[in-house]
Design a protein around this ligand. Structure first.
Ligand SMILES: NC(=O)c1ccc[n+]([C@@H]2O[C@H](COP(=O)([O-])OP(=O)(O)OC[C@H]3O[C@@H](n4cnc5c(N)ncnc54)[C@H](OP(=O)(O)O)[C@@H]3O)[C@@H](O)[C@H]2O)c1
Length: 339
C-alpha cells in the first residue's frame, strides 16, 4: 500500500514556463514520462512546440500518461518509443528507433527516469536494479544517441545532455565505489531501509545519484576538450511530490507515516521539474552547471526556484571521473569515445 500524498501548490512553475523560449524545430527525448518530473517536462516541451520522444517501458501507466499528454496538448507531436532501463537490449532497440525518427538529429536527451530505495535485486544484465535504471542504461543511451546529438548541434548550433541527480548524491560519504557499477546485482548489501543509518537500499540509491552527477562532470570535460557544441548539465528536483516515494513505500523502502510527514515539506511535481526544464530549454544554462533549489543537504535544498551552481569537487575529480567512465564502459561492454 502507498501513502497519502499532500496537496502542494506550484509556486514557481508558471514563471519559468512564461520565461522559456519556443522549442519549435527541436526534438527532445525524455526517459520516464509516465509521472512526476518527466511527465511535466514532456508536457511543457510539447506545449513549447518541440517534438517529444517519450521513452518508457511498456505499461498501463505509459498508455495513460500518453493519453493525458495528447488530451492536454492535442497539437503537440509526442512520439512513443519503448525503453526499459532495466534491460540493455531494450535500450539498444530504443536507440535504433530513435535514430529512425531523428533524421535531423536529436536536440536534447533528458535522462530523467529513476527508482529509489528498491530491493536488492539484479536486472537481466546482472546489475543492481537502481544502478542500471538510474545510471548505466542512461550511459548506454547517451552513447548510442551521441551521433544524433552531434547532428543536431551541427545543424542548430547546440545539443544538450541532461541528467537528473538528487540531494542523495551527498549521502553518506560522497565517494563513488566501483562495486556498485559492477555485476553485483542482488548482492549489494540487502534490504536495510534506514535512510540516515546506512540502509543498503539507500546506499545503492545514493551511489546511483552520485553517478548521475559524476557522469555529467565526465561529459562536460570530454565535450569541452573537443570544443563540442553539445552541452552536459545536471539538475536535482529538491523534494518533489511525484510517484517516486509511492513506489518506494510499496516496495518497503520507506514507512507510510514518515513519508507522509516528510512530503509535507516538499514541493509540487511542477516545481520539482524546474531544474530539468531549465537544463533542457533555458539559453542561460551552460555546460557543466548543476541546476536545482540549492546545493545543500536534505533540509536546505528541498524546494524553491531552480538556480544554477558549479559542479562539486567530490565527483568532479580525476579519480571519480576515471572510475565512472571505465566501469560504465565495462558494464555496457562498449567504449564511448567523445569526438
Ligand atoms: N521526487 C523527488 O523528490 C526526487 C528527489 C530527488 C531526485 N529525484 C529524481 O527525479 C527523477 C524523476 O523521478 P520522479 O520523482 O518524477 O519519480 P516518478 O514519478 O516515480 O517518475 C519516475 C519515472 O521513471 C520511470 N522508470 C522507472 N523505472 C523505469 C525503467 N526500468 N524503464 C523506464 N522508465 C522507468 C517511471 O516509469 P514507470 O511508470 O515505468 O515506473 C516514471 O516514469 C528520478 O531520477 C529521481 O531519482 C526525485
Amino acid at each position: 500500500m502507498s501513502y497519502k500524498k499532500p496537496k502542494l501548490d506550484s509556486k514557481h512553475y508558471q514563471d519559468l514556463y512564461n520565461a522559456l523560449p519556443s522549442l519549435e524545430g527541436k526534438t527532445i527525448g525524455i526517459t520516464g514520462t509516465t509521472s512526476g518530473t518527466g511527465f511535466v517536462a514532456a508536457s511543457t516541451c510539447g506545449k513549447l512546440g518541440a517534438n517529444v520522444i517519450l521513452l518508457n517501458r511498456s505499461s498501463e501507466r505509459s498508455k495513460k500518461a500518453y493519453a493525458e499528454l495528447i488530451q492536454e496538448t492535442p497539437n503537440a507531436n509526442f512520439i512513443q518509443i519503448e525503453c526499459d532501463l532495466q534491460s540493455f537490449d531494450s535500450v539498444r532497440k530504443a536507440a535504433e528507433e530513435i535514430t529512425e525518427v531523428c533524421s535531423d538529429g536529436l536536440d536534447v536527451i533528458c535522462n530523467n527516469a529513476g527508482v529509489m530505495a528498491l530491493e536488492d535485486l539484479p536486472t537481466e544484465d546482472g546489475f543492481d536494479v537502481q544502478i542500471q535504471t538510474n545510471h548505466l542504461s542512461h550511459f548506454l543511451l547517451v552513447k548510442l544517441v551521441f551521433p544524433l546529438l552531434k547532428k543536431a548541434a551541427s545543424l542548430r548550433e547546440e545539443a544538450r545532455i541532461v541528467n537528473h541527480s538528487s540531494i542523495a548524491r551527498k549521502q553518506p560519504k560522497k565517494v563513488l565505489e566501483s562495486k556498485y557499477l559492477e555485476k553485483n546485482g542482488g548482492n549489494l548489501g540487502g534490504n536495510g531501509s534506514s535512510i540516515f543509518f546506512g540502509g543498503a537500499r539507500w546506499l545503492r540509491y545514493n551511489q546511483s545519484k552520485l553517478a548521475n552527477a559524476a557522469f555529467t562532470a565526465c561529459l562536460h570535460e570530454k565535450l569541452q576538450a573537443v570544443d563540442s557544441k553539445i552541452k552536459a548539465m545536471v539538475a536535482h528536483p529538491g523534494l518533489a511530490e511525484t510517484d517516486l516515494q509511492s513506489t518506494t513505500v510499496k516496495d518497503g523502502g520507506m514507512g507510510r507515516w514518515i513519508t507522509e510527514q516528510m512530503m509535507k515539506a516538499g514541493q509540487s511535481r511542477e516545481d520539482g521539474a524546474l531544474g530539468i526544464l531549465r537544463c533542457i530549454a533555458d539559453p542561460e544554462i551552460m555546460s557543466g552547471q548543476f541546476v536545482g533549489p540549492g546545493m545543500g543537504g536534505m533540509f536546505t535544498a528541498m524546494k524553491g526556484r531552480a538556480e544554477s551552481f558549479p559542479l562539486e569537487e567530490f565527483y568532479d575529480n580525476r579519480f571519480t571521473k576515471d572510475l565512472l567512465w571505465k566501469k560504465s564502459c565495462e558494464a555496457i561492454k562498449e567504449d564511448f569515445e567523445i569526438s
